[in-house]
Design a protein around this ligand. Structure first.
Ligand code: SF4
Length: 61
């Protein structure tokens, strides 16, 4: 697995609606990719802007 640092404009996301589960209008996504590499993860199919392979190449914002 590779882990590298990348620059990001922001790690804080604002939502249009209140997230009823967390009671918040904001969320954070600190990574691109994920080391857990779960078999059912939609990130494996969608890639979510990951350069390389979703479960092997992780970028830390
Ligand atoms: S479901 Fe996807 S994002 Fe969540 S821990 Fe598993 S691999 Fe990571």
């Amino acid at each position: 697995m590779s882990v590298r640092e990348i620059m990001a404009k922001s790690v804080l996301n604002s939502y249009k609606k209140m997230d009823s589960w967390f009671a918040s209008r904001y969320g954070m996504n600190l990574y691109r990719g994920c080391a857990h590499n779960c078999a059912y993860c939609d990130g494996r199919a969608e890639d979510y802007f990951v350069e390389g392979e979703f479960g092997r190449d992780v970028a830390v914002k």
